[in-house]
Design a protein around this ligand. Structure first.
Ligand code: PGA
Length: 249
């Protein structure tokens, strides 16, 4: 059975005070770890403060990005070992904003993926098509290519023990969500690409997940949880979404 996960990507939002407050509210109200693991991804500068707030709770910490390099003269970068050192367990790799705004290629994403695993972090590999690619019927091909680039470098088994998040670019931060059927179609194609080795790999859906649409998305057979942006910034909204994941059969 794939392990259900609910991940909150806080992106570049908030202050030290609001990050600690949000972590504290989540920590007070989230105690159902048996059915789903909650992970939060605060801005890097607040990781340590959020970690301190989450100590003793069932919520774990993730980073939004990492360097593909292990150490050295890389001004402004943060290595996988540094993230592990301060208590991160997960890291997002290849988020569409990193690909589109910061020019990360499939091969850079693959290097970051491997760097994360070498340090003992679990990468959450984000993949997804643009609106134009969907309109041209290239969705499955684009997503398969993004995953294949990582399999080429890291190997199939390593990809299968990570987490993959399908996030259609046109649904991120737009309020538009893939329908449960559209999402399931891509998730089942990813499952097929991974083959037998991937039957227990956790596959998340991301892109405008909200309390109103979470249940139907999470009830799809190959959707094992969510990567939530906007709706993870309000404790009540995120807890409501997480609760819906725990209520799946
Ligand atoms: P969103 O972001 O929920 O605000 O669409 C999802 C993501 O970028 O991971």
């Amino acid at each position: 059975m794939a392990k259900p996960l609910i991940a909150g990507n806080w992106k570049m939002h908030g202050t030290a005070e609001s990050a600690i407050h949000l972590a504290s509210q989540l920590g007070q109200h989230w105690n159902d770890q048996s059915k789903a693991q909650m992970i939060v991804f605060p801005p890097a500068i607040y990781l340590t403060a959020v970690k301190a707030e989450l100590d003793g709770t069932n919520i774990v910490l993730g980073a939004q990005n990492l360097s593909q390099h292990s150490a050295g003269a890389f001004t402004g970068e943060i290595s996988a070992d540094m993230l592990a050192d301060i208590g991160c367990e997960y890291v997002l790799v290849g988020h569409s904003e990193r690909r589109a705004v910061f020019g990360e290629s499939n091969s850079t994403v693959a290097e970051k993926f491997s760097a994360a695993q070498r340090a003992g972090l679990t990468p959450i590999l984000c993949v997804g098509e643009s609106l134009q690619q969907r309109q041209q019927d290239q969705t499955i091909e684009v997503v398969a290519g993004q995953i294949a680039a990582v399999i080429d470098l890291a190997g199939l088994d390593n990809v299968c023990r990570a987490v993959i998040a399908y996030e259609p670019v046109w649904a991120i931060g737009t309020g538009e969500t893939a329908s449960p059927e559209q999402a399931q179609q891509v998730h089942s194609a990813i499952r097929a690409q991974l083959g037998d080795a991937g039957k227990d790999t956790t596959l998340l859906y991301g892109g405008s997940v909200k309390a109103e649409n979470a249940d139907k998305l999470f009830s799809q057979p190959d959707i094992n949880g969510g990567l939530v942006g906007g709706a993870s910034l309000e404790a009540n909204d995120f807890l409501n979404i997480a609760q819906q994941l725990t209520e799946q059969e």
